[in-house]
Design a protein. Sequence first.
Length: 258
Amino acid sequence: MQNDVPGQKPAYPIESVDNALSLLLLLRERRALTVSEAGRELGVAASTAHRLLAMLQYRGFVAQDPATKAYSLGPVLAELGLAAVRGMDIRAEARPVMERLVAEVGETVHLGVLRGTEVLFLDSVESARALRVADRTGMTLPAHASAVGKALLSGLPTEQIAILYPEPDLPSYRPNTITRREDLERALATVRERGYATNADESEAGVSGVAAPIRDSAGRVRAALTVSAPASRLSEDQVAAIAPATIRAANEIGSRLG
């Protein structure tokens, strides 16, 4: 396996650590890997590959499909990636764009990142209207029941969605909440196709939203931008008008991230 990670090889490498990290890099490319394939790629016995994968699974770096027995990337890697996103001050890059979007659409705008199956709100700019959605900075919402969450989940492959939501049924919060994983996967396919997600009274009573993923130059979803408003002000026509502005703002923030 070719090592495409920059850096000089240490003078005293630890073979087992190197093999475990090589497996993670291989899974980044392959999406799924069996024990025999892992052993073949590393040039080690299947028993050795199995022990390496078992330890990675124990720590949450990989997950095993109970049906195929193949391994894929686990949820801990997503958490590490999000920690890196939070480490760089994405808020500083997003804030002026968010302020302009609020001025354009007249509704509250939030910035969120994915944390497991929840959305963590990093920043908000409130609308000046008397009846408005309030600042949500520091709050969390279920990803499958929010526009911003669906925008974030749309950046994950189907295999990762199955890891995040191992059960076919999803928690229900409102009558409109998506409660089946297969329905969520269909909704995410729609988000990928049209470039934005919506929420119609799915997690909070009387609140709707429009959200777009923020992608970096490599096309990875790093965060999401959402316009939230009272449901009475977000008809289908209004959503259609707000969505392009939200996508433009998300794309501008993405271009700032490099």
